[in-house]
Design a protein around this ligand. Structure first.
Ligand SMILES: [Zn+2]
Length: 290
């Protein structure tokens, strides 16, 4: 009887301790998630998430359809220019005006070389085959494109986008030698990323081809829910490229972003990457990248 009473008492005490432990663990978890959420929000300009609109390859449609659409709702994007594109040469003044209105002119290399040794790369010409490049040539062409872009927009800080998403020449990552030339580089791997998960040498992006407006908006909603960075990678918008999204879908996306301006930070890649870089360097957000 006595012994049973003791057992009941100790059992009660153990239960009390377990309960306290669970409560403290829950509190710590909650505090941690609130803290990481608020840290992420600080990086995202005190908003829920960040969205970056990027447009590749310097095509006419950028100036004909995209820049006017963005300007009409006062949103800014990043245009990754191929220096040798005739659309850069012919419409230089229009690119300059776009930059003056706050759009980023990003670097998409001088000649857009892609690795022709990979499967499905029949379109790669011998002249623009990255697998035949030396590292030095790749680097000097990309730096030359920076000089050209600087002559257009007068800026020194910008981001790079890997042509065809190719990171390597003969197994060597050529961007390693370009890290001081850029704030960051955008890749082509799809995915939403927390501040701590972002690899500034190869930022994830979603390649858009044929999605509806609802599908584009759903991606934004996912970024809002998860407090992450969402990067759109567009080519054609209302035509102009084999990869395309129709004008209506693109307009629906812009309208949604505009309507939710208070909770979504939409900015050019260079501005978002600068904030991520600062947060990762200051240690306020611990990077999880190995
Ligand atoms: Zn490209």
């Amino acid at each position: 009887m006595k012994r049973n009473k003791f057992d009941v008492l100790s059992l009660g005490f153990i239960l009390f301790l377990v309960n306290q432990l669970i409560v403290s663990a829950l509190a710590a978890t909650l505090l941690f998630s609130v803290r990481s959420a608020s840290q992420a929000q600080t990086v995202w300009n005190n908003k829920q998430c960040a969205v970056v609109l990027t447009y590749d390859d310097a095509i006419d449609i950028d100036l004909d359809n995209v820049v006017p659409a963005l300007d009409s709702v006062k949103l800014r994007g990043t245009f990754y220019l191929i220096g040798s594109s005739p659309v850069v040469a012919k419409r230089l003044a229009e690119w300059r005006r776009a930059a003056q209105r706050g759009h980023e002119l990003g670097n998409h290399a001088l000649m857009h070389p892609c690795d022709g040794s990979l499967p499905g790369r029949g379109f790669v010409t011998p002249d623009n085959d990255l697998s035949k490049y030396t590292i030095t040539r790749a680097i000097s062409e990309i730096r030359t494109n920076n000089v050209l872009l600087n002559a257009i927009d007068g800026k020194n800080a910008r981001t790079f986008a890997y042509p065809c998403g190719d990171l390597q020449i003969g197994g060597v990552k050529f961007y390693d030698q370009l890290q001081n030339d850029f704030v960051a580089a955008r890749g082509v791997t799809g995915g939403l990323q927390q501040v701590s998960q972002i690899d500034l040498t190869n930022i994830n992006s979603y390649m858009i081809n044929g999605q509806t407006g609802t599908q584009l908006i759903d991606l934004v909603k996912k970024a809002q829910q998860s407090g992450t960075l969402l990067v759109f990678l567009f080519h054609g918008v209302g035509g102009g490229h084999g990869f395309n999204v129709d004008l209506k879908a693109h307009r629906q996306l812009l309208r949604y972003l505009k309507a939710h301006e208070q909770s979504i930070w939409v900015a050019p890649m260079v501005e978002v990457a600068e904030k991520v870089k600062l947060a990762q360097q200051s240690g306020s957000i611990k990077s999880t990248i190995k």
